[in-house]
Design a protein around this ligand. Structure first.
Ligand SMILES: [Fe+2]
Length: 192
């Protein structure tokens, strides 16, 4: 009788061990080398496509952040004070967006880009290398970039909606409102 209890105990330990091993296999098979699988009701291909778009958005936000900061440093003219401050406020906001977009990529189970080389490769925006335009042109350039991001966001929102990724869709819908407000602030400085 004692032996039976012992065998039953050993059998139970074996079953627990096998189940544990199986769950480890699942965890080890995550998309990013060793991370647990993401099981949030979205298939892997959809999440990957959305993560790629988010990494492109991250690159745009980063390039726009750097450009806005450059203009904050180098703006000149009679409106130096308010423009220096406006650009400061806007790059502070962009820095927050950068972190939020990168963390959204992670929430979908993928790695966020994090090098300037990747950002330059992925972005739809262009840098303003070697020039420091007049204040009005700076405002216009930033406005163009925000409008580019806004148009892209519209596509990404449609894309996530079609794939039922409500979380990313809501996140991007909030982000587009913020970019639209920033674009308005810039546009309001331009005449005609
Ligand atoms: Fe500053």
């Amino acid at each position: 009788m004692q032996n039976r209890t012992l065998y039953a105990g050993i059998l139970l330990l074996c079953v627990v061990h096998i189940i544990g091993q199986q769950s480890n296999v699942v965890i080890a098979g995550g998309p990013m080398g060793g991370e647990p699988l993401v099981n949030i009701g979205l298939d892997g291909a959809a999440r990957q496509d959305i993560a790629l778009r988010l990494n492109k958005l991250l690159a745009d936000e980063y390039v726009l952040y750097v450009k806005t900061q450059k203009y904050h440093w180098n703006v000149t003219g009679p409106f130096f004070g308010p423009l220096h401050k406006l650009f400061n406020d806007q790059y502070d906001m962009l820095l927050e967006f950068i972190d939020e977009v990168a963390e959204r990529v992670r929430a979908l189970g993928f790695k966020a880009s994090g090098t300037m080389v990747e950002f330059i490769e992925l972005t739809s925006l262009s840098e303003d290398m070697g020039v420091n335009p007049e204040a009005n042109v700076m405002i216009k350039n930033l406005l163009d970039d925000h409008e580019t991001v806004i148009r892209e966001l519209r596509d990404y929102i449609d894309y996530t909606h079609d794939r039922k990724d409500l979380g990313t869709e809501n996140f991007l819908a909030e982000l587009i409102v913020k970019h639209q407000k920033m674009a308005w602030m810039l546009r309001a400085h331009l005449v005609g």
